[in-house]
Design a protein around this ligand. Structure first.
Ligand SMILES: Cc1ncc(COP(=O)(O)O)c(C=O)c1O
Length: 499
């Protein structure tokens, strides 16, 4: 007996009854795939649902559901009193999908397909920095404790935007590329009161985290080859932003009083820009003295240079006087101030802000628009309410207490278990301390061994462009619970014994 013309079609459908996917969906997917790959050509008449059901040993309803779905999506045409046919007019783009299902991406030889010089620069940069993918819970630096974040309040505020906001919130608006106005106003108020920043809401540009602020500043202010003072040691995110703009980085040493302005002047008197973290130098933790601030502002004005002030974690100060922002001392519009919600809220929120001198605002707004139009309004609106309803300052106060406790536990535990073997830096702010290693020890080797003991410290030398004068480990305390800190120090003692 010759095989039925439908035997081929039945052979294309393999049902797996152990699978969680419903049978009707398995039939749908098999027929769809066969149509897209043209194993079932257009115009082909399908067997009756009764025949299909009998052959596949499923109920007729199961087959009917699959056929209906394919008809709704335009793969099949049901002609009353005639039968079900593979559609004649399969849209072009669906057939293209079929090609990609069948074929792997072709291999293109690399030669003769150059990126732009800018593209090459961007592609090379991320591999040049240590991205620290280590996810161990003990001592990650710069990471807030997400268990302590009020997600319920945040979820309520996000939901509220979806339920109650006018539809304009869900459209892009070129006039709002600088950000959602109530959030710009709330940030300007917060910065004036808490950071002594001199600004009004019109100077605020909302960005997707400090990183975008650094990228924008670098690309708006730097031409390839321009010299930029980089704090040495310094923040890798800033380093890659300036490198992406083609800057020549000039490492300028950092001392007890922050950036050494005299050294910078000697190394590169006509630099175009300086990157600095005056409130809490990253990663050493020093505060820039008033004298150094005034010297820096004075040099910048005379040299016609820009100062990028990264005020990334000033909310966390555990003792001493709060230090106002450098921007508040600037009478010449030389400072671009950058702040972030990554440390108080959560890092993947991707929301930060810049304070731009008034004459540059329009230019930065235009660039912000070109890069990605604007930050999502729903998140911005929820953030504005998080601030105006008082949750922001309440959360900062709670985290300040929590992190101060953890810092104290870290200090006490290091003192008790490690004593002189790992003296800690004295910084009274931020979310990490430096544990100083004996000179001659390679902190990168210690860091690698520590990771194998489930300890997430970073090597201080990774933050230097030149040689690191004193090896050390960055030890974050904010995201580690007290018992994790204690256990981590015990394991670190074993690592240091080995070193
Ligand atoms: C010095 C410094 N600036 C900025 C940031 C925050 O960056 P973002 O706002 O892009 O998350 C960090 C985070 O680790 C940092 O250490």
């Amino acid at each position: 007996m010759s095989p039925s013309p439908n035997t081929f079609l039945f052979s294309l459908i393999h049902l797996d009854r152990q699978e969680k996917t419903p049978l009707y969906w398995q039939i749908y997917a098999a027929l769809r795939q066969a149509i897209l790959t043209q194993q079932l050509p257009s115009g082909l008449r399908l067997p009756s649902t009764r025949d299909l059901a009998a052959n596949l040993s499923v109920s007729r309803n199961t087959v009917v559901n699959a056929i209906k779905q394919l008809a709704v999506e335009g793969y099949l045409e049901i002609r009353p009193k005639s039968g079900t046919y593979v559609t004649h007019n399969l849209p072009e783009e669906l057939l293209q999908t079929a090609v990609s299902i069948e074929q792997k991406a072709p291999h293109f030889p690399k030669h003769n397909r150059p990126l732009s010089q800018r593209g090459e620069r961007l592609a090379g940069i991320s591999t040049a920095v240590n991205r620290n993918p280590n996810q161990q819970p003990v001592f990650p630096h710069g990471r807030p404790d997400l268990d302590a974040f009020p997600f319920q309040i945040w979820a309520r505020l996000i939901n509220k935007q979806y339920r109650q906001s006018p539809l304009t919130l869900f459209r892009n608006n070129p006039d709002e590329s600088a950000g959602y106005q109530p959030l710009r106003e709330a940030i300007a108020m917060h910065l004036r009161v808490a950071r002594a920043v001199r600004c009004d809401a019109e100077q605020i540009i909302i960005v997707s985290g400090s990183q975008q602020g650094l990228y924008l500043a670098a690309h708006m202010l730097i031409d390839p080859g321009d010299e930029v003072w980089m704090e040495e040691p310094g923040y890798l995110g800033a380093r890659i932003a300036f490198l992406s703009a083609g800057a020549t980085l000039i490492p300028v040493p950092v001392g007890e009083n922050g950036l050494d302005v005299a050294a910078g002047h000697a190394l590169s008197p006509t630099a175009r820009c300086v990157y600095t973290t005056p409130s809490h130098q990253f990663p050493l933790g020093h505060t820039m003295s008033l004298k150094a601030r005034l010297n820096l502002l004075d040099w910048a004005e005379k040299a016609g240079a820009w100062i990028i002030e990264d005020d990334y974690d000033s909310e966390y100060r555990f003792g001493g006087q709060p230090v106002p922002a450098l921007q508040g001392l600037d009478g010449n519009g030389r400072v671009i101030y950058i702040g972030t919600f990554s440390k108080v809220m959560f890092p993947n929120m991707r929301l930060g802000y810049m304070v731009i001198p008034p004459d540059l605002v329009e230019a930065f707004k235009a660039a912000r628009f070109t890069i990605d139009i604007q930050s999502p309004n729903v998140v911005q609106a929820a953030m504005a309410e998080f601030i105006s309803e008082g949750h922001f300052s309440r959360h900062i106060r709670r985290m300040r207490r929590l992190y101060a406790e953890r810092r104290a536990i870290l200090v006490a535990e290091v003192d008790r278990v490690l004593g002189d073997r790992l003296p800690l830096s004295q910084s009274e702010s931020g979310m990490h301390l430096i544990g100083w290693l004996p000179s001659g020890v390679d902190d990168k080797v210690v860091q690698k061994t520590a990771v194998s003991h489930k300890i997430n410290v970073a090597a201080l030398s990774d933050y230097y462009l030149d040689t690191c004068p004193r090896p050390g480990l960055l030890m974050g305390f904010a995201a580690s619970k007290p018992n994790e800190i204690r256990a981590g120090i015990g394991r670190l003692a074993a690592v240091l014994d080995g070193a």
